[in-house]
Design a protein. Structure first.
Length: 241
């Protein structure tokens, strides 16, 4: 059976891949800027006010610098909230394009290299995890029959079309704590191997201990499971004969 990848997984992976590619290009551009642009001392002459997406006030430093007798001003693309990154009159080092002195950036290695590098690595890591999860899901799906199964032979009850009936090993009945009325309830614990991995199941609480009933049925229990989400299942216990 061929491998299948869900549309949601494909969309998320595509978006993350685009984010990774964009941050990689951002990093490449900044490396090129460091290699080809000139450095120059600039003075903070003021701040441009703004508001961020949370409604908080922000400020962006405005720098002034001279290149070959011409004065230029550059407003930082980074906005700060809650503090000002330096006082008016303080000096900062900028990178500027000698062919276009108006094209400038603050020479901050974290913003130029660290931040885009972190975004790219994180996006690639998430893409890898999403891809791995998609492969595991498709392998898990291949472990289930594609067609709607017939009723389980031991119980003969119809199975909902969206679910798959599988057989699991009965591992015992777990008792609850005795309640105020002195009543103890029980729930079935079972497990089975699916696609090389061990899956464990726990049934709903029931009034009577089902151990003897399941021993009569070969210590096997039916589990009706959603093949697209093995965490969604129902443990079926047969009635006493």
């Amino acid at each position: 059976m061929g491998r299948r990848i869900g549309c949601g997984t494909l969309l998320v992976g595509t978006i993350l891949a685009l984010v990774s590619a964009g941050s990689g290009w951002w990093l490449f551009s900044n490396v090129n800027r460091l290699l080809t642009h000139e450095t120059i001392d600039a003075i903070i002459i003021g701040y441009e006010s703004g508001v961020n997406s949370d409604g908080n006030a922000t400020v962006s430093p405005i720098y002034e610098y001279d290149v070959d007798g011409t004065t230029y001003r550059y407003t930082s693309q980074v906005s700060y909230s809650g503090f000002t990154p330096g006082s008016v009159g303080e000096s900062r080092t900028l990178l500027y394009n000698p062919d276009n002195p108006q094209d400038a950036r603050v020479r901050n290695l974290f913003l130029l290299l660290g931040l885009p590098g972190i975004v790219s690595v994180v996006a690639l890591a998430i893409v890898g995890l999403v891809g791995r999860a998609a492969v595991r899901r498709s392998r898990r799906d291949d472990a289930f029959p594609a067609a709607t199964p017939a009723p389980h032979p031991a119980w003969g009850e119809p199975v909902e079309s969206a679910l798959i009936a599988i057989e699991a090993d009965f591992m015992g009945a777990e008792p609850s704590q005795m309640d105020s009325a002195g009543v103890t309830r029980y729930r079935v614990k079972a497990r089975t191997e699916i696609d090389g991995g061990m899956h464990r199941f726990v049934g709903d609480w029931m009034d009577n201990d089902p151990t003897l009933i399941l021993m009569e049925h070969g210590n096997k229990v039916e589990v009706r499971i959603d093949p697209s989400d093995p965490s969604s299942y129902e443990v079926i216990v047969p009635n006493a004969d």
